[in-house]
Design a protein around this ligand. Structure first.
Ligand code: GLV
Length: 308
């Protein structure tokens, strides 16, 4: 029984050390050439070989090294294989911190002040107190919940939207299409932490921006395909949106000269909001394989009919 990881050397070495210590009964491999494909029961990667189904017929669990699973959900999988998202504290903390940074930047008008700085303009802008800045989170999974908990002490009125009903202390929870309309009408800073599925592709579009109060801000830490980039640029130019912090684009990398690079109301980062941390990711993976070996439900199991 083999665990095969395809990743960069630092992550592989950390996994190798932790697997040798905590899961010695499972053979560890990190090189496609060194394994007998029929022996591979567990495979971890970010991008996967196209011929998964035919090459690794005995796979049981396919792990993504990241929170997202959209890169593999459409592939042909071996008959018994199940997909597992990365749920681990390092990744959650990193995304949470990024979104808190972005919300505070929008709350304190940082994109506008950066633009003033570039133009050497010393000018005070209107200030809004945190308890009057309503923050809405699209996606209340692991990342959305951790972000809500971190934003709470600042005093922002918090709301969240998810596919199915949720209850979270201190967060007004909405679900379904009617819930989305209701939340958008009362959201000054909108955060996208949704998984990418057929239902959420293109969700950040002109119609959605029009439902936000004029001058709202956007934090996009989901997937590039959630966002209609042309609609974002139009909403920024019309003033419907005041600013946006964008971590994911289509395509990635964003080509030189794309208007998002230089838009004065956009802060752009190159898909760095979150990465799993090798130590805690390895520990979480060992715990998950143990659960699986004991016939228990693993954490982060993907429901392929939902797409996440
Ligand atoms: C990064 O985008 C991830 O899915 O972890």
């Amino acid at each position: 029984m083999t665990f095969l990881i395809l990743s960069y050397p630092e992550r592989v070495e950390t996994f190798r050390r932790i697997f040798a210590r905590d899961l010695p009964e499972v053979r560890f491999a990190s090189d496609l050439a060194e394994v007998d494909p029929a022996e591979v029961r567990y495979l971890m990667a970010w991008t996967f070989p196209e011929d998964l189904a035919t090459r690794f017929g005995n796979l049981e669990l396919i792990f993504s090294t990241g929170a997202g699973i959209d890169q593999v959900v459409g592939l042909d999988l071996p008959p018994r294989a199940q997909l597992v998202r990365m749920v681990e504290e390092g990744l959650t903390a990193m995304v949470r911190d990024y979104v808190v940074m972005a919300v505070l930047a929008l709350h304190r008008d940082l994109p506008a002040y950066l633009d003033q700085q570039r133009q050497q303009v010393w000018k005070t802008r209107d200030f809004v107190w945190a308890d009057q800045r309503r923050v809405g989170i699209l996606g209340l999974g692991e990342l959305g919940r951790a972000t809500a908990a971190a934003l709470r002490p600042f005093g922002f009125p918090l709301a969240g939207w998810s596919r199915s009903p949720r209850q979270i202390d201190g967060v007004t929870c909405h679900h379904g299409p009617e819930g989305l309309r209701k939340m958008l009408a009362e959201t000054d800073i909108l955060i996208c932490l949704l998984p990418l599925t057929d239902e959420t592709r293109g969700i950040l579009n002109g119609g959605l921006f029009a439902q936000l109060p004029q001058g709202a801000g956007l934090v996009q830490a989901g997937r590039g395909d959630h966002l209609d980039q042309e609609a974002l640029l139009a909403a920024l130019d019309s003033g419907q949106l005041s600013a946006a912090v964008i971590d994911v684009t289509v395509p990635e990398p964003l080509p030189a000269g794309h208007p998002l690079w230089s838009h004065p109301k956009v802060v752009l980062t190159p898909h760095i909001a979150g990465h799993s941390r090798p130590e805690s990711a390895a520990a979480a993976t060992v715990a998950n394989i143990r659960r699986h070996l004991q016939g228990q439900r693993v954490t982060g199991l993907v429901d392929r009919s939902r797409g996440y």
